[in-house]
Design a protein around this ligand. Structure first.
Ligand code: FAD
Ligand code: PHB
Length: 433
């Protein structure tokens, strides 16, 4: 899909426009303006977005609803992003946003609404009643690639442009008033001139890396384990998710549909997937989920498998000049709390609001506070994801003391209202500011 909602311009027309824009948007002279090279195709959008993951697509969708035009530049193909297997669990707020903004039809039909989760340890399951502890809130299983499909379809229906398979993407000019996303498409160099750039290009993207040296402070924790995840053609063994702490390591039962199970087990961080035969995977899952009352794990053909690293990371600040980072580009969490996608969506809600305020009233107040507002949620979510990870996994230097301490914590969390309520309100998603 390649749709052009804006006309093409020559370099000099654009330069002139940028000067005018800089004058009207900010008082004062624009910083150095660079002439595009001859032969470069130049066009404009109010907001240029790098990355068509959940963050970039949702931002573009929200901006469109507020009458702000954006173009997304993505390195991968549409097919690739619509099939990439990742998250599965949506917070109540993410679900509400999709429905309120008109992209929730398939979600309402196909999403699996969950009212609780199970924490399993010492061979016994303990239910956390998410809805009962949060005034009726729920979470919904709806795969990330389905969210992506719904968003891509909404952008297409609104004639929004996504440039797929862009190469050599770079961003510049965002420290002054003439931000540009430059890339190659079919061998031709193109420049997208915009008022603002949103760096929604994930953890390995280029936007965070393009911040000038010394601006960012990075906070980091790498866990000494990974997750081996499989999709199996087998009905989920239990209607709710099961988070299991076992001496052999963590295991998680999730699902994608009434016919497909999504299962994870803790493994070495640099594990070679070839060391895991189907039999070994099923035996390990059986052992970690085993209960005293003979609970059975449904098995079936494995249709997808992969290893995920476990990492906590925050970059501060999340903005520099007219470049704003959102989602995994700015922070990542280990998947134990099911938070990454939801946090990406929370960021772009704040960013969309700031940009809308700016175009509506000319006020930069919300944009200036973007980092501060986002990071308040980010650090709470970091804490929750770290806490769930620490309580449920076997650590490298794990000893009998640590294991018993974890079991005591799990017993406390599952038997006392205060800690189970704290888990529940974080799990369904903290309210937006
Ligand atoms: P991404 O999804 O990474 O999107 C970034 C996009 O930018 C990609 O399309 C990429 O191709 C593109 N890009 C990269 N570099 C460039 C470039 N140079 N130029 C242009 N485009 C570029 N989260 C949850 O909330 N719930 C869960 O249950 C959950 N489970 C998970 C399970 C696993 C196994 C994993 C790995 C993650 C899970 N997550 C979960 C996390 C979630 O998948 C991520 O947090 C989410 O994808 C972040 O979205 P994003 O848009 O910020 O980044
Ligand atoms: C998933 O379904 O992929 C999933 C669910 C919950 C998690 C992590 C992943 O905590």
């Amino acid at each position: 899909m390649t749709r052009f909602s804006m006309g093409l311009q020559t370099g000099s027309e654009l330069l002139f426009d940028n000067v005018r824009k800089a004058m009207s948007i900010e008082q004062g002279e624009p910083e150095r303006l660079r002439l595009p090279d001859a032969g470069t195709v130049v066009r404009k959008a109010q907001v240029g977005i790098v990355g068509a993951g959940p963050a970039g697509l949702m931002l573009s969708h929200l901006l469109h609803r507020d009458g702000i035009d954006s173009v997304i530049v993505e390195v991968r193909s549409r097919k690739y992003i619509e099939e990439r297997n990742r998250a599965g669990m949506l917070e109540q707020g993410t679900v509400d946003l999709m429905i309120e903004t008109g992209i929730g039809e398939r979600l309402k039909r196909q999403g699996l609404v969950h009212h609780g989760i199970e924490l399993r340890f010492k061979g016994r399951g303990h239910r956390i009643d998410l809805s009962g502890l949060t005034d009726g809130k729920t979470v919904t299983i709806y795969p990330q690639h389905e969210v992506v499909k719904d968003l891509v379809a909404a952008r297409a229906a609104a004639s929004g442009e996504i440039v797929f398979e862009a190469e050599d993407v770079i961003v510049h000019g965002y420290d002054g008033s003439a931000p540009v996303i430059r890339f190659r498409k079919h061998g031709e160099v193109q420049e997208l001139a915009c008022d603002f750039i949103a760096g929604c290009d994930g953890f390995h993207g280029i936007c965070r890396q393009s911040f000038p040296a010394g601006v960012l402070t990075l906070y980091d924790r790498i866990y000494p384990f990974g997750w081996l995840g499989i999709l199996a053609k087998a009905p989920p063994s239990s209607p709710e998710l099961i988070y299991a702490n076992h001496e052999r390591g963590f295991a998680l039962q999730s699902m994608r549909s009434p016919e497909i199970s999504r299962l994870y087990l803790q493994c070495a961080p640099n594990e070679d997937i070839n060391n895991w035969s189907d039999d070994r995977i099923w035996n390990e899952l059986e052992a970690r989920f085993a209960t005293h009352d003979g609970w059975r794990l449904n098995q079936g053909p494995i249709i997808d498998r992969g290893i995920t690293e476990m990492h906590s990371f925050v970059a501060e600040p999340m903005q520099f000049g007219r470049l704003f980072l959102a989602g995994d580009a700015a922070h990542i969490v280990p998947p134990t709390g099911a938070k990454g996608l939801n946090l990406a969506i929370a960021d772009v809600r704040v960013l969309a609001r700031g940009l809308s305020e700016f175009y509506r009233s000319g006020s930069q107040e919300w944009l200036d506070r973007y980092t501060e507002v986002c990071l308040r949620r980010v650090w709470k979510v970091q804490h929750f994801s770290w806490w769930m990870t620490s309580m449920l996994h076997r650590f490298e230097a794990h000893n009998a003391f640590d294991f018993r301490r974890q079991l005591a914590e799990l017993e406390y969390v599952t038997s006392s209202r205060a800690p189970s309520q704290s888990l529940a309100e974080n799990y369904v998603g903290l309210p937006m500011e």
